[in-house]
Design a protein around this ligand. Structure first.
Ligand code: G1P
Length: 285
């Protein structure tokens, strides 16, 4: 059985593609209907058996921490004014998991942000979630659970991948695949955002299962693409690395079109607003 009990959610990016919204609020707080994206990430962890979560946040964007912090006064107020169902929902959000926050002082890349969590992670393997990659597997295991199960088979650090269209490879970390066994793929190399000649169409899409040796690898990683400490570059220094071609719909919520798609897909799947959304879409076709 796996010992994967902790996850890090990296939510300290600048969110430039979503300005002006992200001037005051982190993109991970973008609501899909009435729930911020980061709540989906925390639920993904909890449904995968992980309750200890570290969230990396930017120091000038305190709203994520506020969102997950219990507010009993507000719960009492909602109950006393006839809205116990809202009191329940805000209590649910703040008691769902044990969340610790790490404030990131400099925008030096995901390798840098992850390194700031080193002392909180201990010796066991852990999950890393990139805050702008929303992955929904409606009728099956969340992607995090899929990685944990794959780890029980390969006992090696893993990254979640899916194939992307050739013209999109320049936006992602792309793996050079070795042996393929079902959904499990041996990784022979990786390139961050290849300008041309991508080594495959398998793109890293914001989920990793790592072991503590990643921190030594980060220590030996010089700034790469965008002058940032790239996690991709550190991953190539590991002794073994596998990828898992996960099942689920992935949305880059920092991208306007994908954010709209996520909103529509999730709206259509909800009991409360699904039917009305469907009717509206049909009416404007
Ligand atoms: C990051 C990673 C990249 C990965 C991508 C997935 O890039 O560096 O390897 O493919 O997330 O969303 P970013 O989108 O932060 O530029």
């Amino acid at each position: 059985m796996s010992k994967v009990n902790k996850a890090v959610i990296l939510a300290a990016g600048l969110g430039t593609r979503f300005l002006p919204f992200t001037k005051a609020v982190g993109k991970e707080m973008l609501p899909i209907i009435d729930r911020p994206t980061i709540l989906y990430h925390v639920e993904e962890c909890v449904k995968s058996g992980i309750k200890d979560i570290i969230i990396c946040v930017k120091e000038d964007k305190p709203e994520i921490e506020k969102f997950f912090t219990r507010d009993e006064e507000y719960e009492k107020y909602l109950t006393s004014t006839g809205h116990p169902e809202y009191a329940d929902v805000i209590k649910y959000v703040s008691t769902l998991a044990n969340i610790q926050f790490v404030t990131i002082d400099k925008p030096l890349g995901i390798g840098y942000s992850l390194y700031q969590c080193k002392d909180l992670l201990g010796d066991d393997p852990f999950i890393v979630i990139l805050g702008d990659d929303l992955i929904i597997n409606k009728d099956g295991d969340p992607v995090t659970k899929q990685l944990i199960d794959a780890y029980d088979v390969c006992h090696s650090p893993l990254i979640g991948v899916q194939t992307v269209a050739p013209e999109r490879t320049k936006k992602y970390g792309i793996i050079k695949p070795g042996k393929v066994d079902g959904r499990l793929i041996e990784v022979k190399g990786m390139i961050e955002k290849p300008k041309d000649n991508p080594p495959s169409l398998y793109a890293c899409l914001g989920r990793y299962l790592l072991e503590k040796d990643i921190f030594t690898a980060i220590e030996h990683t010089a700034p790469g693409a965008g002058n940032e400490i790239q996690l991709t570059d550190a991953l190539t220094k590991l002794d073994t690395l596998y990828a898992y071609d996960f099942i689920g719909n992935r949305y880059d919520i920092g991208d306007k079109e994908e954010f709209i798609k996520a909103t529509i897909d999730i709206a259509l799947s909800r009991e409360d607003v699904g039917e009305a959304t469907k009717e509206y879409i049909e009416s404007i076709k």
